[in-house]
Design a protein around this ligand. Structure first.
Ligand code: ATP
Length: 502
């Protein structure tokens, strides 16, 4: 994927998709605001997920829980003790880094194996960073007055792997000097106080994931929805994590949205695997229906150390972002860890009674978990396209019609012929009843097409002289192929409906 991050960020700002948060106060790291087009895009992404996984399935129901839960929830879930990232501080600049995302490599004289110093980078797979590190290594070797070369390629390791002695020599990226503390755990949950008191008894947390809201409502849903195992509960909503190094635009932010499902299944060693596989396939299929490019997706199967201690399996669906291939969503088989923990923590047995076998048990769970914002970034990267139309370079967003923020642009060919404008306006108002559409009457038609292309409007409908004087039909132009079809006015809605809603 050749698209550059700076082009994406600049397009998002220029076209009102995503802004840095609190921009008039110089922004606020890790927070973003969605503009007029971005909020439509986000709503479409969430609606598509909800339709796909909740409304069009009989075995999944939705909930919308509060963001702040009884704080004991986080004790039981393990987040209070375990939801942390290792962090290192630069003593000089006071900048903070995630120790597992900061990489160092010793610079060694080839002939004698002596280490003359360390280089340090934030991304071990970023070519530019590695290039800069190599330059630095050469300088170190020269300064040390040694012949020889740094061993290539560098053997980078992250800062959670280094000894205290090594840490004393690793330069902080902020100060360039060895001024980093040893890694320590940093809990990612945001704290707040509930009620007027500000003492320890009033401390509560903004949820770092939507999943726990599902588990603590498990009994309520079982008791009210007539669902039988296997069945799922879905939730879409905000989550908050005090990320140490929020980076890569909306890929890792401190406030974001998640779309999560807990799919409850019977226990048993041979039961979960087919469900897990099915959810991986269904998740991939969903991502394709909203237009994510198949060639940019991949899988990352967690094994050994990469797997949480209670998890049976976890497969990530990855996406090739401009800054590298990274997790887009995770599909985990979590056993019965969560319901068991909340049973112990609350004293309420979160079990299931199987009417047929007359057995009682705590169900196991498959958890597909997808970040709304991360998906939006992937969709924008996927849709970012460039081609040539009539010998002119064209930049456009090839959004799938179902997620495109604006579905149709209605263009009266001229703005000073009343019957023509009136006919176009009537059509516009009709389309407005169904979709988010836009009206554009300024400039040459070609320019209006370009404007629509740049924000990913899939269809332009042009009302011209023939419409009112002759055939009562309009021209519909397809964004991706730029091909045009002539369609009678009263067939426009059914035609577009087929293209947009499937
Ligand atoms: P990472 O390793 O990237 O921090 P994670 O494994 O901690 O992610 P999960 O806890 O599994 O992530 O969260 C599920 C999904 O929520 C992720 O796949 C991602 O899409 C999204 N997500 C998690 N953290 C963030 C964040 N800080 N900003 C945006 N999206 C996020």
């Amino acid at each position: 994927n050749k698209v550059k991050m700076e082009d994406i960020v600049s397009l998002c700002k220029r076209r009102g998709i995503i802004f840095p948060s609190s921009e008039i106060y110089n922004g606020f790291a890790g927070f973003f605001d969605y503009g007029p087009l971005g909020s439509e895009l986000k709503k479409n992404v969430k609606d598509n997920f909800w339709r796909h996984f909740v409304q069009r399935r009989e075995d999944v129901v939705g909930i919308d829980s509060s963001i702040i839960h009884n704080p004991t929830t986080w004790q039981s879930s393990g987040h209070l003790d375990g939801f942390s990232d290792p962090m290192v501080d630069c003593k000089e600049t006071k900048l903070r880094y995630r120790a597992d995302q900061l990489f160092c490599a010793p610079v060694t004289v080839e002939e004698c194996g002596t280490t003359v110093g360390f280089v340090c980078v934030l991304e071990a797979n970023d070519e530019d960073m590695v290039k800069a590190a190599k330059k630095q290594a050469k300088k170190l070797l020269k300064e040390s007055d040694r012949k020889g070369q740094a061993i290539q390629p560098f053997a980078f390791k992250d800062l959670t792997q280094v000894s205290e002695e090594e840490m004393g020599q690793i330069p902080s990226p902020g100060s360039g000097k060895p001024t980093l503390t040893m890694p320590r755990d940093f809990n990612l949950m945001f704290q707040t106080n509930v009620g007027a008191m500000q003492d320890g008894s009033s401390v509560a947390y903004l949820r770092p994931e939507t999943a726990q809201g599902i588990f603590i409502n498990y009994k309520n849903v079982i008791g009210t929805s007539r669902q039988k195992l296997p069945f799922g509960i879905a939730q879409i909503g905000k989550a908050f994590r005090n990320e140490i190094t929020p980076r890569n635009f909306i890929f890792r932010s401190r406030e974001f949205e998640q779309m999560e499902i807990e799919y409850f299944i019977p226990p048993g060693d041979d039961v979960w695997q087919p469900f897990h596989e099915k959810w991986i396939a269904d998740s991939k299929a969903f991502l394709e229906t909203v237009g994510l490019r198949e060639d940019l997706m991949g899988y990352d199967v967690h094994e050994g150390d990469g797997l949480a201690h209670y998890a049976r399996a976890c497969t990530d669906i990855t996406f090739k972002f401009p800054f590298g291939e990274q997790e887009l969503m995770g599909i985990a088989a979590r056993g019965n860890f969560d319901l068991t923990s909340h049973t112990e923590g609350s004293g309420k047995t979160l079990d299931y009674f199987d009417e047929e076998t007359k057995e009682k048990f705590i169900p196991h769970v498959i958890e597909p978990s997808l970040g709304v914002d991360r998906l939006i970034l992937a969709l924008i990267c996927s849709a970012y396209a460039e081609d040539e139309v009539n010998g002119e370079k064209r930049n456009y967003l090839s959004f799938h019609p179902s997620i495109a923020p604006v579905k149709v642009s209605v263009l009266p060919l001229v703005k000073n012929k009343e019957p023509l404008v009136k006919a176009a306006r009537e059509l516009f108002e009709k389309l407005q009843m169904r979709w988010n559409v836009q009206w554009d009457q300024t400039g040459a038609i070609g320019r209006r097409y370009r404007r629509a292309d740049e924000i990913g409007v899939p269809f332009c409908v042009t009302v011209d002289f023939e419409t009112i004087e002759d055939d009562g039909a309009v021209t519909i132009r397809d964004r991706d192929t730029t091909e045009q079809v002539r369609i009678p006015m009263d067939e426009v809605v059914p035609y577009l409906s087929k293209m947009i809603d499937g």
